[in-house]
Ligand binder design. Structure first.
Ligand code: H2B
Length: 98
């Protein structure tokens, strides 16, 4: 089971995770796209990355053109390196997709 990250470590990791923020025991980021199709595309990229990493966030498509991704490590009951890895990989994948 992945070890929980202390708050200082989370803040340090967030400095390298553009667009992400801590909310309680989660990391979260919202993208606003041109429309629903763009939001669907982003959700699919996130889903692909999540399956490759075997670490699955909540993915919400809302307000027709927004996607909010929220990750926490259920097995550990909070934030772990797995969440940081997912956020970093999602940022990398979406940079390519932009
Ligand atoms: C056995 C367990 O389901 C797997 O290790 C993975 C699957 N995806 C997961 N995703 C998330 N967000 N947290 C987990 O603890 C987790 N565990």
């Amino acid at each position: 089971m992945a070890e929980l990250l202390d708050p200082q470590t989370v803040e340090k990791e967030l400095s390298d995770l553009a667009g992400w923020a801590r909310e309680g025991d989660t990391l979260t980021r919202t993208w606003q796209l041109k429309g629903f199709s763009g939001a669907l595309q982003v959700a699919n990229v996130v889903g692909y990355v999540a399956n490759r990493l075997n670490h699955h966030p909540d993915i919400a498509i809302h307000d027709y053109n927004r996607v909010t991704v929220t990750t926490t490590t259920h097995d550990s009951g909070g934030l772990t390196a797995n969440d940081v890895r997912l956020a970093s990989a999602v940022n990398a994948a979406l940079t390519v997709a932009e």
